[in-house]
Each structure stands twice: as structure tokens, then as C-alpha cells.
Design a protein around this ligand. Structure first.
Ligand SMILES: [Zn+2]
Length: 390
């Protein structure tokens, strides 16, 4: 195991207020980081950095924790360009949305699914994402869901069973039978590959009672809970997530005061996914309202071929700052420490001694440039578990 010091960092985001300027980002100026093996060993002023085996000059760049993208749907095949083009061109589009991707995914080989996943992961890594969660949900049969999770599990520990994405087209006339399948045979086949179970609690997908049944079964099988909640309309998803102590309620676009109060009182993180509102020209989630109420907020991409086909966390940060009234500091925190909280992880999303050495160097002197210079490829180096990978 060798040690490396990265010196001459203009702004270092640690996400530990005790290490830096006592802001939530714990900013250290003129900083250095020592990486020993796969861990962060030391943080401090550049002039006080200890001797190490190797030395990297950051040349005045900003360094921040690798992004933690806690919500994506990357095991899929096919493409929905026409659907997006029609939506953005004001034309009616009546194809089946998620069902289109389900048909393409079922028809794909394992090799095709894995190649597509790998390509999108490489794309995300180049943009600074060092941890990602991804879900099934485009198979909707026992074999196709288990296959998606097996492929995902070869690439990340954060794998989520989303058999309850929509009612399978095969059982469209009998949703109760599909819920029984998801909570029975499908769950048994999928749980060995997954850490989490998720449900799309929404009109047209699963109602509150069905979502409760699915989540409760998942918990009994040893899985942690996540919920697609309150994306398209008001509904029971958020309060159900908090009641069941889900790690995260994702989307949170349509919230009542009672929903916000529940999130503020519980441990469930509100994960906002502005790529979805961007790509569907929908109303933004009110991040300011959640933050002002004391809710823990995460930002993620929701990368999927239908409603948010971006793998770029920096793009989501820029949207959150411009359109959701998050400060640049809040958005960067939400995309790093917030994502880690949404996965109930303390080893990532921060740069503190003992944390995993996942870090991103920007061709800019400060993290604020992620929102100040939208669309510009600022990520110049990415380190994951102590190894430079970009
Ligand atoms: Zn999603």
C-alpha cells in the first residue's frame, strides 16, 4: 500500500464542519489530502502536509468528495428518443413509456444489458460519480428482474429491486396477482442480489396499500427501503416512507405541509431528481421549503431512458441552484453527503480521515463553479478508493 499527498488544493470540500471553516461543507483553503491505500489518512493545510510516497500537485484546483448518485435506472435496453422529441415538440405521443423499455430490455441479451450499463457507468465516472445506486424495474418477470439485479450487482453494492415499477403488462388486468408475484416468487429470486427494495407509489403504478405490502415484504426479506414518492401528484408515498423508516423518499415534487413535517421529523432523506422535471418540463420540487424545514436533502440524476436521460450530477447541481433555489453549497452537499445519507453510508460522501478515498478534482478553484459554469466539463481527475480512475 502506498501513500499519496495531493497538495495545492485551492478549495477542499470535506463535508465535516469540524475540519474546515465550520460551514456544513467544512471548506479548507490551500489544502492537502493524504490518501493511504483506499482511505483518506490526513486532511489539512498544504504547507503542513506530511511526507508520503507520492505527490500530486492539484495546481489550485478544487477537490470534493466523489458524487454519490443514489438513484438511477441503468439496466435497460433501447432508446426513447422519439418520445422525448415528441414531448419537447408539443406533439402528442401515445407509446407506452416504461412499457417500451420493458419490451426492449426483455429482448436484450445479458451481454447487451451489461455493455449498456458499463457505458453509462463510465460516462458517470468521467463526470465525477464514484458511487451509484441502480435499480431493476424493466424486466417485470421473475427471471428478467433477477437477471437485471445480477448484472447490476457485478458493478455496485447499491442494488435496488424495483419489480414494483409498474404492474407488468402481462398482468395488467390483475394488479393484485402482480403484487403477489412481486412479494412472493420474484422477491425470493431477487433479494440475494439486492440491498434495497423500492416501489413506485403513484396513480397508475401502485397505491399506498400495495406499496405498504411490497415494502413490508421486502423488509421481511432483509432489504432496506426506498420509495418513488409524490413525483406526479400528491399521494401517500412520502408519509409511508417515513412511517416505515425508508432510507429515502425520492422525487418529492408534490408535497403537503404534513409531508414536509413528516420528513423533518423522521430519518428519511428527501432525494430530489431535477433531471426528471427538466426532461418532462414539469414543475420543480421545492428544495427551499424542505431545507428551511430542516429536511435532509439529496440530489441525484434518476438516469433512465424515459424521463431523465442524464448521468451528470454537475448538471443536476446547476438545475438545483438555478431553478430550485438551493445555494451552491447546499447543492454540492446534497450530491455528496446527501447521497451518502440516502444510502445510509458514512464511509463515502465526505473527505475525512478514515473515509473512502473517493475524490473529484475540478478544473476550477471552487465547487461553486459546478453551478456557475453549467454544462462545462470541469471534472479533471477522479479517484475511487485511492486509485486515480479518470
Ligand atoms: Zn426513478
Amino acid at each position: 500500500m502506498s501513500s499519496t499527498v495531493i497538495t495545492n488544493i485551492a478549495t477542499l470540500v470535506t463535508n465535516d464542519p469540524s475540519l474546515g471553516d465550520s460551514s456544513p461543507l467544512g471548506l479548507v483553503r490551500d489544502a492537502a489530502v493524504v490518501v493511504d491505500g483506499d482511505r483518506v489518512a490526513w486532511i489539512g493545510e498544504s504547507s503542513k502536509a506530511p511526507a508520503t510516497d507520492n505527490r500530486v500537485d492539484a495546481a489550485g484546483r478544487a477537490v470534493l468528495p466523489g458524487f454519490v448518485d443514489s438513484h438511477s435506472h441503468l439496466v435497460f435496453a433501447g432508446d426513447r428518443t422519439e418520445e422525448f422529441n415528441a414531448r419537447m415538440s408539443g406533439r402528442a405521443y401515445s407509446a407506452g413509456g416504461i412499457r417500451t423499455t420493458v419490451a426492449a430490455t426483455r429482448a436484450a441479451t445479458d451481454e447487451q444489458l451489461e455493455a449498456n450499463l458499463t457505458r453509462h457507468l463510465a460516462e458517470a465516472l468521467r463526470q465525477g460519480t464514484t458511487t451509484f445506486e441502480t435499480k431493476s424495474g424493466y424486466g417485470l418477470t421473475v427471471a428478467d428482474e433477477a437477471r437485471a439485479l445480477r448484472i447490476a450487482a457485478a458493478h455496485t453494492d447499491e442494488v435496488t429491486f424495483l419489480g414494483a415499477h409498474i404492474v407488468s403488462p402481462d398482468l395488467a388486468e390483475d394488479p393484485a396477482a402482480y403484487v403477489a408475484l412481486v412479494t412472493g416468487e420474484m422477491l425470493a429470486a431477487c433479494a440475494p442480489y439486492a440491498r434495497w427494495i423500492d416501489v413506485f407509489c403513484e396513480k397508475g403504478a401502485f397505491d399506498g396499500d400495495q406499496a405498504r405490502e411490497i415494502l413490508t415484504a421486502g423488509r421481511a426479506a432483509g432489504l432496506g427501503l426506498r420509495v418513488h414518492a409524490n413525483q406526479l401528484s400528491y399521494g401517500p408515498g412520502v408519509q409511508l416512507a417515513v412511517e416505515l423508516d425508508a432510507a429515502s423518499a425520492d422525487h418529492c415534487t408534490h408535497l403537503t405541509d404534513a409531508d414536509v413535517d413528516a420528513l423533518a421529523d423522521g430519518r428519511t432523506v428527501a432525494t430530489l431528481l431535477p433531471g426528471a422535471e427538466f426532461s418532462t418540463r414539469a414543475e420543480w420540487p421545492d428544495a427551499r421549503r424542505l431545507l428551511d424545514a430542516g429536511v435532509t436533502v439529496a440530489l441525484s440524476t434518476d438516469c433512465n431512458p424515459g424521463s431523465s436521460f442524464t448521468s451528470s450530477v454537475p448538471f443536476c447541481i446547476a438545475l438545483a441552484v438555478r431553478d430550485m433555489r438551493m445555494t451552491p453549497d447546499e447543492a454540492v452537499w446534497a450530491a455528496t453527503a446527501g447521497g451518502a445519507a440516502a444510502l445510509r453510508r458514512t464511509d463515502i460522501g465526505r473527505l475525512t480521515p478514515g473515509a473512502r478515498a473517493d475524490l473529484t478534482l475540478l478544473d476550477a478553484p471552487s465547487h461553486v463553479h459546478l453551478a456557475y459554469r453549467p454544462g462545462v466539463p470541469l471534472v479533471s481527475q477522479v479517484w475511487r478508493a485511492g486509485v486515480r480512475v479518470v
